[in-house]
Design a binder for this molecule. Structure first.
Ligand SMILES: Nc1ncnc2c1ncn2[C@@H]1O[C@H](COP(=O)(O)OP(=O)(O)OP(=O)(O)O)[C@@H](O)[C@H]1O
Ligand SMILES: [Mg+2]
Length: 284
């Protein structure tokens, strides 16, 4: 296909040879499949900040560190420069997190370059060599759901040990690759020391259990988030710490119903925003 303008700098810098096709147009980015030598890779082109809601931005920026005070002042202002700083910070978080997590042993796409708001990364493939589908695009048998859940909870633990909480983990941001689940989409990642980190972690872990629990219902009763967070808080969490899914110690049971209904609400909002929610007609 003709090279989209946003990809021209990568072509000029010889980071890519040509653009094969557009894979997806998401909320925050357009993703293209590109040729690099004899390999196919993905180029994620970030969209303008105005396409994201302010509420989402403020929730996520709470846990981020900003390198200098000029940047911090700019990000708090509503100026064009402030917006651009937000934008750069948002993209930088994804690039930095992917690099850090790869070193920490989390299965994420390998990154190759970041230029002019475009991230060049490994194309995650399914068993046919095609771009991998999302967990949401597939049905699982009980054994596979349990296996994937185990792998993803372990990746969440590795992430936390590396100081990061994903913040938007769900069946929409995990790809089903030939070698197992791969976590993507990290611009909203927060630091594990942020005030909202435990809430984000609980939401991430509960969403995974809710989706995979459809295929393996015992997962719905697990309490990995509380168990992981308690171990982390007391300095006992290691990347390979064995977990049970049973949370003991707080003396207080998590209100699973409340967490699930909050998640369901967030999911419906998301589907509605994406225009995927079926309309309901009331009988009169
Ligand atoms: N490295 C990759 N390999 C294969 N497919 C990818 C890769 N990165 C992204 N994709 C595809 O592009 C889609 C959008 O990517 P991503 O989730 O990072 O951006 P987004 O703007 O947040 O999109 P969304 O609004 O769908 O969450 C993914 O759901 C996935 O299908
Ligand atoms: Mg996404």
């Amino acid at each position: 296909m003709r090279t989209p303008a946003r990809l021209a700098p990568l072509l000029e810098a010889e980071l890519i040879d040509s653009v094969a096709f557009q894979l997806m147009s998401g909320k925050e980015a357009d993703v293209f499949v590109v040729h690099c030598g004899d390999e196919l890779r993905c180029a994620k082109v970030y969209k303008d900040a105005k396409n994201r809601s302010f509420k989402q931005m403020s929730q996520y920026t709470e846990g981020r560190s900003v390198k200098n005070s000029r940047q911090a002042r700019a990000m708090n202002s509503k100026s064009k420069f402030g917006r651009e700083e937000h934008e750069a910070e948002w993209q930088r978080t994804e690039v930095d997190s992917l690099a850090l997590l790869a070193v920490a042993g989390v299965r994420v796409p390998k990154t190759y370059a970041f230029l002019d708001g475009v991230l060049l990364m490994e194309m995650i493939r399914d068993e046919n060599g095609d771009p991998a589908p999302r967990l949401n695009d597939r049905e699982y048998d009980s054994a596979r759901a349990l296996k994937y859940h185990g792998a993803l909870v372990r990746d969440v633990v590795r992430m936390l040990c590396a100081g990061i909480v994903h913040g938007d983990l769900s069946e929409f941001n995990v790809l089903d690759a030939h070698d197992g689940p791969v976590i993507i989409d990290l611009p909203q990642a927060v630091q594990a020391t942020a005030n909202n980190a435990s809430v984000m972690l609980t939401r991430d872990v509960t969403r995974l259990a809710t989706y995979l629990g459809r295929f393996h219902p015992p997962l719905l009763k697990t309490q990995y988030a509380a168990e992981i967070w308690n171990l982390f808080k007391s300095g006992k969490l290691k990347p390979d710490t064995p977990l049970t899914g049973v949370h003991v110690g707080s003396g207080r049971k998590a209100d699973v119903g409340e967490v699930l209904s909050a998640i369901e609400g967030a999911h419906e909002d998301e589907l509605e925003r994406l225009g995927l929610k079926p309309k309901t007609f009331k009988a009169h």
